[in-house]
Each structure stands twice: as C-alpha cells, then as structure tokens.
Design a protein around this ligand. Structure first.
Ligand SMILES: Nc1ncnc2c1ncn2[C@@H]1O[C@H](COP(=O)(O)OP(=O)(O)OP(=O)(O)O)[C@@H](O)[C@H]1O
Length: 434
C-alpha cells in the first residue's frame, strides 16, 4: 500500500486519525488529528506518543496500556482509553487501533482512530465525571462502546459509585444526546403511582385527575430512560414493565388508545439481580431484557488513585480550592473503606472543610468515622476487631486531637471522669493536653 492510498484512507475518517508504523512513527495524519494536538506532526519522524502524550517513551513504559502492543499481540483491532495532551489541555480519548496487513499477511502498520470523550475529565474545575485510575478508564471504554449502539445497559455498583452520572454519560455519548434524558426512581413507587408516572393519565382517570398528564415514557420519546434502582420494582409491576420494553407500546391510565415511545433503556441497581432471579424476586425474562450490556462501577476503594483528584474537585466546587489536605490527612483518606463511595467522600471533604481553622486540613479535622474506622468493610470477615480494640483506637485518636480538659472529654463521652481515667490507664493512654 503506498502513502497516497494510506493518506486517502485517513482523510475519509471523520474523527482524528493517523497511520503509524510498528516503530510508532506517524506516516499519515488527517486534518482532524492535526487540529486536535498542540504539537505539530512531522510525517515520517514524529512518534505517536510524542504528539498525543508529549512523552519521550511509548505509553507502556509510562504506566499506560499501549493499544498498539495489544493489537500486535492479538493481531486484531483493540481499543483503550487514554488521557491525551490536546489543544484544550488534558482530554480523555477512546483509541481504536487497527492492524493493517499487506497482501502477504505481514503487518504494514496500524490505523489509530480517536474518539474524544467529553463527559469525563482527569482535571478539576469542570463539571464532569472525574478519574484517572485504570478501573475508571476501563469503565469509560465500556460506556463508549455501549453508547455507540442502542443496546440496553445495566449499571451495577454500590451506592454512591456514580450510576446516575454514568447513565447520563451513556446518553450524552449516544446519538440521542440532544433528546430527553428521563430519570425514573423506582424505589417506593406504588403500583398506581408507577403506572400513572410512567404512562400518564387521562382527565378523570382517578379521583384528583383534574386534567390529562403525559407520562415519563412519552416524554422520553427519542431519548433515554434511566430506571434507577430497578431491583426495587415489585414483581407485579415487572410484568407491565416487560410488556412495555418488549413492544414499546403503552396505554395511559384511563386511556383507550395505545401509544408508542422510542427510547433507549439504561437501568441501575446496587442489588445482585441474578441472585434475586434465583430467589424468585426478579423476573428472569425482564433480567435478560435489561441486562443487554452490563457495566460494573468499581467502588472507590478499588480506584484509590482517583481519591486525590476527587478531593481537589470537591474542594473546588465548595469554593475552598485554597485549602489543601495535609499528607497525613490524605493518607488517612486513602486508607478508608468508603462504604458510601464518592458521595461519602464528597460529604467528608465538606465536613473537613468546615472543621479546619486554617488552610491545611489535618487528620483531626476528618470525621470520626474515617479516623476511627476499625478496618475496611470489604474485608470485615478477615479483620474483625474486638470491641475493646475499637474502643482503644477511638480513645487513642481522641487523646491526640481533643483540646479540652479530661473533665470536658468525660462529659462529651457521657462517662464519669473516674471511668475515663480507668480506661485511659488500661490502654496506656494520656490526653495530649494533660
Ligand atoms: N467520577 C465522579 N466524578 C465526580 N463526581 C462523582 C463521580 N461519580 C460520582 N460523583 C458524585 O457522587 C455523587 C453520587 O453519584 P450518583 O448519584 O451518580 O451515584 P449512584 O451510584 O447513582 O448512587 P445511588 O445508588 O445511591 O443512587 C454525586 O454527587 C455525583 O456527582
């Protein structure tokens, strides 16, 4: 294949694209690529990682997965998410790397096509999904894959892991981005409310229905419907939901005519739906209808590399960017298990900001749940502490940060001064101040 054929192939791609040799040298580039990067490409000389990462070594030698290595090993197209240095600063890109073969089957080079990810960021200051860790990047890759199709997406993750943000990202990255994104909160919906909320009602359909009202499913036409906590939909309503999902048709409460809505389905749950299917609490047919493309949202304790960035972001959104966490305070956060995940981290940062009296947030400013936490919740089975050990840890922490008298501390603990003394003596502790 000669250079002009390669160049025409690249020019025909509507996204930033380059052709590189197995030695990483860029041989052809399209306009969209040149417009994206600050550093100019010298054809036949510049290497891909010099332009996109401003690195002097390939990505795999700088701690990132190299998509070309993966494509080389498998002989197939591969995609990974990277952070690139673009004209607009650091930006997330989904990279598709395709090997291009000569007629004799030998590798000619690789075609690299980029998709800029607008809904996520590796820098603070923008209102986007934040992260830099590998589990976060793997999640972005799955979001992008799902967004390209209309497949039903099931988001599975603990509370506070960002399921609603991800649902919105799937919508934003899809062709339906300029159409409605409708959230249906499934927890606590009674059967009658469920039907009228979803399908709407006609005038006089029930007492109090003074006028007709469109349902959320109709409002979502052309866009995306996000069913949050789908595992909370009771069995009798699951049948109605399944019928809607299978046919796209529904009838407003008190209405005679059938209506149709074209929507893309995203569901979320923190529950184990397959276990619920086994236990007869969730319909199997509904499960397979909604779980077309599952996306696992990692808990914060499995993506600790994101904590410093998220902390900086939450300081910024609360307008306290001048404050910083001391190294010890950050290390304490990094050790914590975060059962409430990112929502909990946000609240911890907000509390710590309020508790700090100067620009540095210290360990003593962190809420007790962080500093006294016995062990991480996820390995609770292996690391059960005795109540006495927990008491000791708690008192030890109090001794280092409480700045009142022993009588004041005893009062706050609702103990007599004598009992507190006895406990401190038993554990070999003293109040810092005393
Ligand atoms: N990657 C992220 N970057 C920045 N903020 C995030 C990120 N993920 C989640 N958040 C924030 O954390 C909070 C919880 O997110 P969200 O409501 O999407 O979680 P959830 O998994 O849907 O929670 P629940 O299961 O309790 O409904 C929100 O304030 C959201 O903005």
């Amino acid at each position: 294949m000669n250079t002009s054929v390669i160049q025409s192939m690249i020019n025909a791609i509507d996204r930033p694209a380059i052709f590189i040799t197995p030695e990483y040298v860029i041989q052809a580039v399209n306009q969209a690529y040149s417009d994206t990067y600050e550093k100019k490409v010298a054809l036949g000389r510049s290497k891909c990682f010099e332009i996109s990462h401003q690195n002097s070594k390939p990505c795999d030698q700088c701690g990132e997965l190299c998509p070309m290595q993966l494509a080389r090993e498998t002989g197939r197209a591969t995609s990974v998410v990277h952070i690139h240095h673009t004209d607009n600063g650091e930006s997330y890109c989904d990279i598709l790397m395709k090997p291009v073969f000569d007629i004799d089957g030998s590798i000619l080079g690789y075609l690299e096509i980029l998709d800029k990810i607008k809904y996520a960021s590796s820098q603070t200051g923008v209102n986007r999904m934040m992260g830099v860790s590998e589990p976060f990047k793997a999640m972005l890759n799955r979001i992008n894959r799902a967004a390209r199709s209309t497949i039903s997406v099931l988001l599975q993750g603990e509370t506070g892991t960002g399921k609603e943000l991800v649902a919105h990202a799937v919508h934003q990255a899809s062709e339906r981005a300029d159409k409605p994104f409708v959230v249906i909160e499934c927890t606590g919906l009674s059967e009658s409310l469920f039907e009228s909320e979803l399908f709407g009602h006609e005038k006089g359909a029930f007492t109090g229905a003074a006028g007709s009202k469109k349902g959320l499913i109709e409002i979502a036409n052309g866009g995306t419907v996000f069913f949050d906590e789908i595992g909370d939909v009771p069995l009798n309503m699951q049948v109605k939901l399944l019928r809607l999902l299978e046919t796209g048709y529904f009838r407003a409460v008190g209405g005679l005519t059938q209506k149709r809505s074209d929507f893309r389905l995203v569901c979320a749950t923190h529950k184990n739906l397959l276990k619920m299917v086994e236990d007869g609490e969730f319909r199997q047919d509904l499960y397979y209808r909604i779980a077309g493309f599952p996306i696992h949202l990692p808990p914060l304790r499995e993506r600790r590399d994101d904590i410093p960035l998220l902390v900086a972001q939450f300081l910024e959104v609360t307008h306290h960017q001048q404050k910083t966490f001391s190294q010890d305070a950050l290390a304490t956060l990094l050790d914590y298990g975060f059962p409430g995940n990112i929502r909990e981290l946000k609240s911890i940062v907000e509390q710590a900001v309020l508790m700090s009296d100067d620009e540095v947030i210290h360990v003593s400013n962190l809420p007790p749940v962080v500093t006294n936490q016995p062990q991480q919740a996820n390995d609770a089975r292996d690391n059960v502490l005795t109540l006495e050990q927990v008491e000791r840890q708690y008192l030890q922490d109090l001794c280092s940060r409480f700045d009142g008298s022993i009588q004041e501390l005893a009062d706050q603990l609702d103990l007599s001064q004598r009992t507190l003394y006895r406990k401190l003596e038993r554990f070999g502790l003293r109040l810092n101040k005393s």
